[in-house]
Design a protein around this ligand. Structure first.
Ligand SMILES: Nc1ncnc2c1ncn2[C@@H]1O[C@H](COP(=O)(O)OP(=O)(O)O)[C@@H](O)[C@H]1O
Ligand SMILES: [Mg+2]
Length: 356
């Protein structure tokens, strides 16, 4: 089985690609920056100017800055590549916090109360009614950089004005008191394979490692793990980092990352995370190929059924003891049914089955 990892070449991507080499017969490490997608009549994916080779498994990773390319690439590969861990839609949804919350909402996944309003003035009205502190986020921010906290209506109003000048849309969100901590859970398939609790550095409310936060291993409660898996599934991602706040009322999801860094989590986990991911990809690719082959066989049978000229094959008979098993195409072409009755006539070297 052939696989490819298309990425920006981060250390995590290299780790996963290397681990995949222990399972797949070949693994190509391709640079996202060398990918081009053409839409229209001769739609296609190009790598370094050449049509992309065919693969059984393609793992696509990259930052939000490449969301358009990532989404286009995976959309064109869907249906052609037997297994990809991320749906094309995930690339548009996950890179935008409002779209993420909407997808989570549709799947009834708990999240902090989040407000969407039409204009800055409408948001200001809203800010008179909410509890403080309140959180404001740029929908496309990452690494904690687009997250702001306002302690009072006046500071919230000033922040809104600043965003109005920048012509930036903003999400207003309820503040969840967690003493500056959050949970990062790494979901692979239907399991959380590693999790850590991140704590913001003193004087900081954002727990992101990039904002100076530190992580310690944590054993998630079953309920929290279930929510992380449900969130990943809602977003169409089979490998995904899910960020969770432990609110007094239970876990709430704040965002997901479909290109999760592994180094931080690896430090607090005894499993080899890259190996777990590679092993999972291999099993899923094998499963997808089996399904594909079964579908091809079914299509051939259907074609046989359509083209009534093909009614014969040369084959050996399958015996079960003294009985004979007929091939599936016989049942399909002759439209044999269990509840009907048939006349079976046998003579030396010849059998005829006829509907009554
Ligand atoms: N509603 C909230 N209440 C309290 N803290 C929050 C809230 N939302 C985010 N944070 C803190 O800010 C950090 C960054 O927020 P997040 O939504 O994950 O954005 P980013 O994409 O920048 O990581 C979180 O890890 C968490 O520590
Ligand atoms: Mg985050």
């Amino acid at each position: 089985m052939k696989a490819a990892v298309i990425s920006l070449g981060s250390q995590s991507s290299v780790l996963v690609a290397e681990a995949m080499k222990n399972y797949f017969s070949s693994v190509d490490m391709l640079e996202l920056k060398q990918i081009e997608v053409t839409l229209g009549k001769e739609a296609g994916v190009w790598y370094a100017g050449q049509p992309l080779s065919s693969y059984d498994c393609v793992y696509v990773k990259g930052s939000f800055r490449y969301a358009q390319l990532l989404g286009s690439l995976v959309t064109l590969l869907e249906g052609k590549v037997p297994y990809m861990p991320l749906k094309a839609s995930a690339f548009t949804i996950v890179h935008h916090k409002l779209l993420t919350h909407l997808a989570l909402q549709q799947h009834h996944i708990p999240m902090p109360r989040t407000y969407v309003s039409s204009t800055i003035d409408a948001a200001k009205e809203l800010l008179k009614k909410v509890n403080y502190p309140v959180v404001m986020k740029f929908p496309e921010g990452t690494q904690g950089k687009g997250v702001m906290f306002a302690e009072s209506p006046s500071s919230a109003s000033a922040l809104l004005d600043a965003m109005g000048v920048l012509k930036q849309p903003v999400l207003v969100q309820e503040y969840v008191e967690t003493e500056g901590t959050d949970i990062r859970a790494l979901v692979v398939g239907d399991k959380v394979i590693a999790a850590m609790r991140r704590k913001a550095k003193p004087g900081e409310q954002r727990a992101n490692i990039h904002a100076g936060g530190t992580g310690i291993a944590v054993q998630l409660e079953q309920k929290t793990a279930k929510i992380a898996v449900a969130a990943a599934q809602a977003l169409g991602a089979e490998v995904c980092g899910v960020d969770i706040l432990e609110s007094p009322l239970g876990p709430v999801v704040i965002e997901a990352n479909i290109s999760p860094g592994l180094q931080g989590l690896q430090k607090v986990s005894s499993l080899s995370l890259a190996d777990e991911i590679a092993k999972f990809f291999y099993a899923k690719t094998e499963e997808a190929l089996k399904k594909k082959n079964k579908n091809v066989a079914q299509e051939v049978l259907q074609d046989l059924g359509k083209d009534m000229l093909i009614q014969e094959i040369v084959a050996q008979l399958q015996f079960r003891g003294e009985r004979v098993l007929l091939p599936e195409f016989v049942t399909q072409l002759a439209k044999l049914q269990e509840q009907k009755e048939y006349i079976i006539r046998a003579q030396k070297g010849k059998v005829e089955i006829r509907e009554m």
